[in-house]
Every structure is written in structure tokens, then in C-alpha cells.
Design a protein around this ligand. Structure first.
Ligand SMILES: N#Cc1c(-c2ccc3ccn(Cc4ccc(CN5CCCCC5)cc4)c3c2)n[nH]c1N
Length: 236
């Protein structure tokens, strides 16, 4: 998989070089190309923002640098074929909530790209223009306001890349995870490790029993109880 990220803060994406994603890059399972949007500015101050039409606080990201950056992205795909359009994800507070199902879908794509805005957002004409050439999804990390799209892109990339075959060593752990279809979208059960007793807190006896059936039943019951209490909306 190849991932392209466009941002005015390339260093924000440095964590992608760490841990499992960093190893996936080393192992050739993943390519990450981070592009500084200012590369497509032409004035002395490398300007990427301007005041909003209609007034209001803050600044809006100018369309021109984004247009040239996305032109370059298109060119990197080679000649336009009749196949599926390149995937472009635009993190925004007004986007569709990013879900595990989206991560599952994205994990199957050969390439995905992220346009990370800042200020009060990207001039909407960029999205309108891009829809002609890209499969554009405006997506939100959650119901809170961040200062830009980079943190959201990091989270979405991690949620997606960990599903790429070979990235996570123990694929069984993917099956049992919260939100996955395989776990009936239930939240995860509590986990424990040695020592069996710690500061007066003991590991549940059933987990020490070696009885796999009883362990599985206990874990399912825990997941149902936690989900019912914290996320009744996930109970179908
Ligand atoms: N994913 C995701 C996100 C983001 C996110 C993603 C991308 C950008 C680019 C810039 N910002 C900052 C910002 C801050 C406030 C507003 C609202 N304003 C209301 C008045 C009219 C103007 C817009 C918009 C943009 C971003 C925030 N926040 N939360 C998520 N889950």
C-alpha cells in the first residue's frame, strides 16, 4: 500500500516511521509519502491561506496550492484508466464519522491519499474540483474540534494500515477487536497478565483455569456487559 499525505506540517506525520507502521515500511509492505503543501506556493512568503469570503474569524486555505498539489498526485498515478478513481480522504469536523468498516475498506486499496487542512479549513472549491478526478471522502475522527487534519490522518492511517496483511504479526488479535464484525461489534473484554495477584487485586479465577470454553464464555459475557453499559448503540 502507498499512502500520500499533503500537509503544511510534515513533521506531524513523523510518528508513522515508528513502531509497527515503521516496520511495515521497512518490510516493504507500505510506502508513506508526506508532501509539504508549501512546495506548491510561488510567493516569497509561501502563502497558503487568506481571509474568508463572507467574513468570519480565522483564515481559509487557498485553493491554488491544493490544486497544484492534487495535480501532482494525479500525475503520480500515471495515465488515467477506466479503473476506480484514486482515493482522497479529507479530514474535517463536518465529515462522515470514520469507522472500522471504512478502515477495512481502505485496507484493501492499493493507494490512499490524505489532504490535511489547517486554519478554518480548505476552500471548498478544492473538494468540488477534486470530485471530478478522485473518490473523495470527507471524514471526521470524532465529535470534537482539532486544529487540523494531521492528527486525524495519523489515527485513520494507523486504523487502516494495521489491517494490511503482514503488518500485525498476530492476526487473531484483529478478529477479536472492538467494532470488528467478527466480534459482533462488541467492546473488548478486560485483559490481564502476570502476576496473578497485584496490590491486592487478583486475576479472575476463570482465566487461570485453563478451561478454554469457560474463558471464551467469560470474555463474551464481559464484552456484552461493557458494551451494554458504555455503548448501548452498538448492541444490535
Ligand atoms: N477529521 C477531523 C476533525 C477535525 C479537523 C480536521 C481538519 C481540519 C482543518 C482545519 N481544522 C480546524 C477547524 C476548526 C474549526 C472548524 C469549524 N469552523 C466553524 C465556523 C466556520 C469555519 C469552520 C473547522 C476546522 C480542522 C479540524 N476536527 N475535529 C475532527 N474530528
Amino acid at each position: 500500500m502507498r499512502i500520500d499525505v499533503f500537509t503544511i506540517f510534515p513533521d506531524y506525520l513523523a510518528p508513522l516511521q515508528l513502531s509497527l507502521i515503521g516496520k511495515a515500511i521497512e518490510d516493504g509492505l507500505l510506502e508513506v509519502h508526506v508532501h509539504d503543501l508549501r512546495q506548491w506556493t510561488h510567493d516569497r512568503h509561501r502563502t497558503v491561506d487568506d481571509t474568508p469570503y463572507g467574513g468570519g474569524a480565522g483564515m481559509v486555505m487557498k485553493p491554488e496550492p491544493w490544486g497544484e498539489a492534487l495535480d501532482a498526485l494525479l500525475a503520480s498515478y500515471g495515465p488515467i484508466t477506466d479503473g476506480p478513481r484514486p482515493v482522497l480522504l479529507v479530514p474535517t469536523p463536518s465529515g462522515r464519522p470514520f469507522t472500522q468498516a471504512m478502515a477495512d475498506e481502505l485496507a484493501a486499496a492499493p493507494r490512499i491519499a490524505f489532504a490535511c487542512g489547517r486554519y478554518e479549513g480548505i476552500d471548498h472549491r478544492v473538494i468540488d474540483w477534486a470530485r471530478q478526478y478522485f473518490d473523495v471522502s470527507e471524514v471526521s475522527l470524532g465529535d470534537y474540534v482539532l486544529n487540523g487534519g494531521e492528527v486525524a490522518a495519523l489515527a485513520m492511517i494507523e486504523a487502516t494500515v494495521r489491517l494490511v496483511p503482514g503488518v500485525i504479526g498476530n492476526s487473531l488479535s484483529l478478529v477479536e477487536e472492538s467494532y470488528s464484525a467478527a466480534s459482533d461489534h462488541l467492546l473488548e473484554y478486560p485483559v490481564y497478565t502476570k502476576p496473578a495477584s497485584w496490590r491486592g487485586f487478583d486475576v479472575p479465577e476463570v482465566l487461570l483455569s485453563g478451561h478454554h470454553g469457560k474463558v471464551a464464555q467469560w470474555r463474551h459475557e464481559q464484552s456484552v456487559e461493557i458494551t451494554s453499559r458504555r455503548r448501548p448503540d452498538l448492541i444490535t
